[in-house]
Design a protein around this ligand. Structure first.
Ligand SMILES: [Zn+2]
Length: 447
């Protein structure tokens, strides 16, 4: 067996009969703990908002005595950071975030992007800041250009106006979003062409409907008409019961039913979260062979709830995993949280096999992001002899390893990270320290 760092081909370390990762040996620079490294398919982060990383470790000061804390109070804090980012700061921040993702083992990221407009900045400046960060890191990026048109729906289903913080997310109407989307496609293609050999294939454009809260049903046909054949379309779906209630009041149906009525469900559609679904929603998503991007560590952090992952998979939906707000950046902890959520909700173990968890992290994410077949060759090497993993059966590493056990990360034939460091940019922690030194407006306030 050959180590990835020695330029092994896509099938190196794979059992020819089963296709499963086998002992892949050790590269010359790897700090293994004396045991051997195991190769796994490269995890894909199917749902990211890079700027949410600013909230890590800052949203937990309230206690029960402060009154109810929820997704909605968290969102108020998130809007404050969204308001302060300009393209230059976002380029620095996203570089650190994507370097952290790469060092943790992620080989691709789906960036659900809605910070579109900055007064005084050129069109697409925020989107191109993300593209440049991904190219710099060498991680695959599907930029999911989100349509966002209104401030939300109240509990009676009435449309709320955009708040001042939401204004930069919004286009004038769906036609304006479609025009900007087409122009962004050209701008991204230009960036990819200028990026040099080996990096051109890393960038992809997808689309997103932010949610049924932020996009009215009347806008959905215009969005659908603007998509290229096979272009991924993502939407936040039923993350909170209040979203379902508002949708029911506005349209007399669930968010999933609204997307189904608009003809949007299918293999290129990804429902993000899909936490509070009816049996009918599960049947619709499964019957359409749609993707579902579960974000278990974020859903736990925000108190969203536990989505019906097993039922969705049984119905025919394809599961992927995302780290969403990046409170946790660790593909193994997402895999584990998916299984743990199922166990806590069902009272049963073994709801997903470790192999199914690996497939959700890799194959499911790749499908949701519309990545090419060649991306299936992206690989990570995992230390099977660390304090966490020594003695584990190699096939059960998804239930014992963490990102700290990732020895090497290979994307499109290049090693981009090794032993927790980006091969060119170095320690992601240093990138964050430099970011906060350069942009003091993002430093944490007490407490
Ligand atoms: Zn999200």
């Amino acid at each position: 067996m050959t180590a990835l760092s020695a330029g092994a081909g896509p099938d190196a370390g794979r059992d020819p009969e089963t296709g499963r990762g086998q002992d892949a040996g050790r590269g010359p620079d790897m700090e293994t703990s004396g045991a051997r490294a195991v190769e796994l398919p490269g995890p894909v982060n199917a749902h990211s908002h890079a700027f949410h990383r600013l909230l890590r470790g800052r949203t937990h000061a309230r206690g029960p005595a402060s009154g109810p804390d929820s997704f909605w109070t968290w969102r108020t804090q998130m809007y404050r950071y969204a308001d302060r980012l300009d393209p230059a700061a976002y380029r620095d921040l996203a570089t650190a975030v994507y370097a952290e993702l790469a060092a943790a083992g992620y080989t691709a990221v789906g960036e659900f992007h809605y910070l579109h407009h900055t007064p005084g900045a050129r069109e697409h400046a925020m989107a191109l800041a993300l593209a440049d960060a991904a190219l710099d890191v060498g991680i695959r990026l599907t930029l999911l250009d989100a349509c966002y048109l209104q401030g939300g729906l109240d509990s009676g289903g009435r449309v709320l106006p955009l708040s001042p913080e939401q204004a930069r997310f919004a286009d004038a109407d769906a036609a304006a979003w479609a025009r900007r989307h087409r122009s962004l496609r050209a701008a991204l293609a230009e960036r990819a062409a200028a990026s040099g050999r080996g990096r051109r294939g890393l960038l992809r454009l997808g689309a997103a409907v932010h949610s049924v809260r932020a996009v009215p049903a009347a806008a959905l046909p215009t969005i659908a008409a603007a998509l290229d054949p096979g272009e991924p379309l993502h939407a936040h779906v039923s993350e909170q019961p209040a979203e379902n209630a508002a949708c029911e009041a506005a349209y007399g149906c669930t968010p999933t039913e609204l997307f189904a009525r608009a003809g949007l469900l299918g293999p290129h559609f990804t429902a993000v979260h899909a936490t509070h679904l009816t049996p009918g929603d599960i049947a619709l998503l499964g019957g359409a062979r749609a993707n579902v991007a579960l974000c278990p560590t974020t859903e736990a952090d925000l108190g969203d709830g536990i989505g019906p992952a097993r039922a969705l998979a049984d119905a025919g939906a394809v599961l992927g995993l995302g780290s969403d707000q990046h409170a946790v950046v660790d593909p193994f902890l997402e895999m584990r949280a998916l299984e743990h959520g199922e166990r806590l909700a069902s009272g049963q173990r073994a709801r997903f096999t470790p192999e199914q968890l690996t497939a959700a992290a890799a194959d499911g994410g790749r499908r949701a992001l519309g990545l090419p077949q060649t991306a299936a060759a992206d690989r990570i090497l995992v230390d099977a002899g660390s304090v966490r993993t020594a003695g584990s059966a190699p096939g059960q590493l998804p239930m014992s390893a963490t990102a700290a056990d990732v020895l090497e990360v290979q994307v499109a034939g290049d090693v981009i990270a090794r032993n927790g460091r980006h091969v060119r940019l170095g320690d992601p922690a240093q990138l964050y320290r430099e970011f906060f030194a350069r942009w003091p407006q993002f430093r944490a306030a007490a407490p």
